[in-house]
Write a protein that binds this ligand. Structure first.
Ligand code: F6R
Length: 607
C-alpha cells in the first residue's frame, strides 16, 4: 500500500507532486507529505500531515512552487499510528525518503545500528532512512545498495540526498515503481495511473536495480552496476477517461464504464466466431492437458474466481477450486502435474496473490493470470497473462474490473470446452453471441439506476443485512455483500439460501433487510421457499430477479428489481451491476466518501 511519487522537471514540482498524490490516494489516504529540494544552497524541506492530500495542499499553499527535485507520499498506516510524525517523507541526516512496503526486521536493525535515540517516528521507514544515512559517504548508489542488503521485507524507495540537488534515486523489492520521461521532466511513481496525464511511455523498475532521475534523463543500474536500458511500455489507456467525468464519485463513473470495459475485454478474444488466446501466446495444450484448475485471488477478484469455478464445472467439466490467496500457501494445496493455477488481480500487485503464485510455480504449476494493470508484478511473474481492458480503476471498491474478470472466465470456460470437444460449434456461437449482448444488458440496468437508489432506503438505518441465493446467485451475492460492507459500513452476510436455516436464520428479525437474488430457473422454486422462511420471520425483502421468474415470488413490485432477460448462465453480469448500485447509493446517501472507504486501500501490498 502507500503511493510514492518523484518529479524533476520544468513544471511546478509542488503542483505535479500534489496532483499525482491525489491520483495515488487510492493506495492509502491516512497521511500525505512531500519533500521539495529548492536547489544547490538549501537542503530538501519536508511538509507532511495526517489526513488527505487536500489537507497537504492547504498546508503547502504558500510554499515555493519551484524545486530542482521533489518526492511525495500518501500513506496507508502499518507501523505506527496515523500522525504527522509517522507521515512520510522521513529525514535522517542527509537522507530524505519515501517508502512503500514493510521492513520486517526494523526492530532488529534499530538495535544493531543503535538508532533508538535518533528516531522521531514509530515507522519502519525512518529506520531505513537512518541506515542509508549511516552508509552514505557521497556515493548514493553504494548507500542504497548497502541499505537494501540489510533489509528484510518489501520496499519501494524514492530518495533525495541533501548534497545531490537535482537527483532522485529509487530502488525496490516487490513493491512497484514505474519511471517515465515526459516532455517536461522525469517522473517516478508507484503506479502508472499517476503518470498517465504526463507520459506516453513508462517502464517498470526491475527489483534491486537502482534508478537515478535527473534533468538529463533516467539511468538504471543493475545489481552488478551495469547500466540497463528501460523496457518501455506504451500507456494505451485513454487518459481522457481520467477524472470523474461529471459523476459524483469514481465508483459511479466506473460502474457506468462497464459496457465499454467488457466489450474491450472480450472482443479481441472472439475472432471468426471462435475464442482465441493466441495473441497472449497461450498454447492450446494449457487447456487440453490440465486436469484441474485452482483459482487464487483476494476479495472481489476471488469472487470472480467463484463464478469462473462454476463455469468451468458446467461448460468444461474441469475440477476447479478457488483459494483465498492469503491462505493458499498454508493449506498444502494439492498441485499435480497438469494443475493450472489461474491468478486474478486488478492491480497485479496484491502481495498475497503474488506469494501464492510464487508458491504454485515452485510446486510445478503453470500460472495464467488475469490482470488489469499492464506490466504489473503479477503479470510479470506469471507464465501467461490475459489482460482485462477495464482501464484505470480508481475507486477502492472494484466494479468494472470484476465484470471484466468474469467476462474472461466466460471466454476461458467456453474455450476450454471447445478445445476438449465439449461444445458443438452452434452452442459455442450461441454462448459467444450472448456474451456480446452483455454490454447492452448493463446499459439497460444503468437506465434504471434511480429505481435501485430508491430501494436502498432499506439499508440506510440497518446495522445488518443478509443476501440469499443459490448457485451462481450465491457466488455473486458474496461480491454484492462485500461491496455493501466495504463502502457503506453495513454489516452484510451472503448466505447460500439452503444453509441459512442451519444457524444464521436466528439473526433474521423484524425489519432486517434481506436481498434475494433469483436468476437460476432450476433453483427458483427452492429459493421461493427460502424467501418465505425469512419473510415469515419479519425480513424486509428486496428481490432481484428476471421477469420469467418473478410471477411466482410474491414480493411487491416496489421491492423488486427486474433484470434484463438473459440465459441463466449470463445473469451474474446484470446482477453484479445492481449489487454495485445498491452499495454505491447506500454509501452515497449516507454521506460517505464512496471512493475512499475507511481503513482500505486499492492496492494491497502487505501480507
Ligand atoms: C473490493 C476490492 C478488493 C480487491 C482485492 C484484490 O472491492 O477491490 O477486495 O478485489 O484487494 O485486489 P486485486 O484485484 O488488485 O488483486
Amino acid at each position: 500500500m502507500c503511493g510514492i511519487i518523484g518529479y524533476i522537471g520544468k513544471r511546478s514540482t509542488k503542483e505535479i507532486l500534489l496532483d499525482s498524490l491525489e491520483l495515488l490516494e487510492y493506495r492509502g489516504y491516512d497521511s500525505a507529505g512531500i519533500a521539495l529540494f529548492p536547489g544547490e544552497a538549501d537542503a530538501p524541506f519536508v511538509k507532511k500531515v495526517a489526513g488527505r492530500v487536500s489537507k497537504l495542499r492547504e498546508i503547502t499553499a504558500g510554499d515555493t512552487e519551484e524545486a530542482c527535485a521533489g518526492i511525495g507520499h500518501t500513506r496507508w498506516a502499518t507501523h505506527g499510528g496515523v500522525s504527522d510524525a509517522n507521515a512520510h517523507p522521513h529525514n535522517q541526516g542527509r537522507v530524505t525518503l519515501v517508502h512503500n512496503g514493510i521492513i520486517e526486521n526494523y526492530k532488529e536493525l534499530i538495535k544493531e545500528y543503535n538508532l533508538k535515540d535518533k528516531l522521531v517516528s514509530e515507522t519502519d521507514t525512518e529506520v531505513a532512512a537512518a541506515i542509508m544515512d549511516h552508509f552514505y559517504d557521497g556515493d548514493a548508489e553504494k548507500a542504497i545498495r548497502s541499505t537494501i542488503s540489510v533489509l528484510k521485507g518489501t520496499f519501494a524507495f524514492a530518495v533525495l540526498f541533501a548534497d545531490q540537488p537535482g537527483k532522485i534515486y529509487a530502488a525496490r523489492n516487490v513493491s512497484p515503481i514505474v519511471v517515465a520521461m515526459t516532455e517536461h521532466g522525469a517522473m517516478l511513481a508507484s503506479d502508472v495511473a499517476a503518470l498517465g496525464v504526463h507520459a506516453k511511455e513508462y517502464a517498470f523498475l526491475p527489483e534491486y536495480h537502482i534508478a537515478c532521475l535527473s534533468s538529463k534523463g533516467i539511468v538504471v543500474h543493475d545489481e552488478k552496476k551495469h547500466e540497463v536500458p528501460l523496457q518501455l511500455m506504451t500507456i494505451d489507456w485513454d487518459t481522457s477517461r481520467g477524472g470523474k467525468g461529471g459523476y459524483a464519485f469514481y465508483m459511479e463513473k466506473e460502474i457506468h464504464e462497464q459496457p465499454d470495459a467488457i466489450r474491450d475485454t472480450i472482443m479481441p478474444h472472439i475472432v471468426d466466431g471462435r475464442t482465441t488466446f493466441t495473441a497472449e501466446g497461450i498454447p492450446h495444450s494449457l487447456f487440453r492437458e490440465n486436469q484441474n484448475i485452482i483459482v487464487i485471488a483476494c476479495g472481489t477478484a476471488m469472487h470472480a474466481g467463484l463464478i469462473g469455478q462454476q463455469l468451468f464445472h458446467t461448460l468444461a467439466n474441469i475440477h476447479t477450486d478457488v483459494a483465498v490467496a492469503s491462505e493458499f500457501t498454508y493449506t498444502n494445496p494439492v498441485i499435480k502435474p497438469g494443475t493450472l493455477v489461474i491468478a486474478v488481480s486488478q492491480s497485479g500487485e496484491t502481495i498475497d496473490t503474488l506469494e501464492a503464485i510464487k508458491y504454485a510455480k515452485k510446486r510445478g504449476a503453470k500460472v495464467l493470470s488475469i490482470v488489469n494493470v499492464k506490466g504489473s508484478t503479477i503479470a510479470d511473474n506469471s507464465d501467461y497473462c490475459i489482460y482485462t481492458q477495464a482501464g484505470p480503476e480508481i475507486a477502492v471498491a472494484s466494479t468494472k474490473a470484476f465484470t471484466s474478470q468474469i467476462s474472461i472466465f466466460y471466454l476461458l470456460a467456453i474455450h476450454t470446452a471447445r478445445l476438449n470437444g465439449m461444445l458443438e460449434p452452434e452452442e459455442m456461437k450461441a454462448y459467444l453471441d450472448e456474451l456480446m449482448t452483455v454490454p447492452d444488458a448493463i446499459e439497460e440496468i444503468l437506465e434504471k439506476k434511480e429505481f435501485v437508489k430508491k430501494m436502498t432506503n432499506k439499508f440506510l438505518h440497518a446495522d445488518n443485512a443478509f443476501m440469499i441465493g443459490r448457485g451462481l446467485d450465491y457466488s455473486l451475492l458474496l461480491e454484492g455483500s462485500l461491496k455493501l460492507k466495504e463502502i457503506s459500513y453495513v454489516h452484510s452476510e451472503a448466505y447460500a439460501s439452503g444453509e441459512l436455516k442451519h444457524g444464521t436464520i436466528a439473526l433474521i428479525t423484524d425489519g432486517v433487510p434481506v436481498v434475494a437474488l433469483v436468476t437460476q430457473s432450476l433453483l427458483a422454486s427452492k429459493e421461493y421457499s427460502n424467501i418465505r422462511e425469512v419473510q415469515s420471520r419479519g425480513a424486509s425483502m428486496i428481490l432481484i430477479t428476471k421477469e420469467s421468474l418473478y410471477k411466482d415470488m410474491n414480493i411487491p413490485e416496489d421491492d423488486t428489481f427486474i433484470l434484463p432477460e438473459m440465459s441463466d448462465m449470463f445473469m451474474p453480469f446484470p446482477a453484479a451491476v445492481v449489487m454495485q448500485l445498491i452499495a454505491y447509493y447506500t454509501s452515497y446517501t449516507k454521506g460517505f466518501d464512496v471512493d475512499k472507504p475507511r481503513n482500505l486501500a486499492k492496492v494491497v501490498t502487505v501480507e
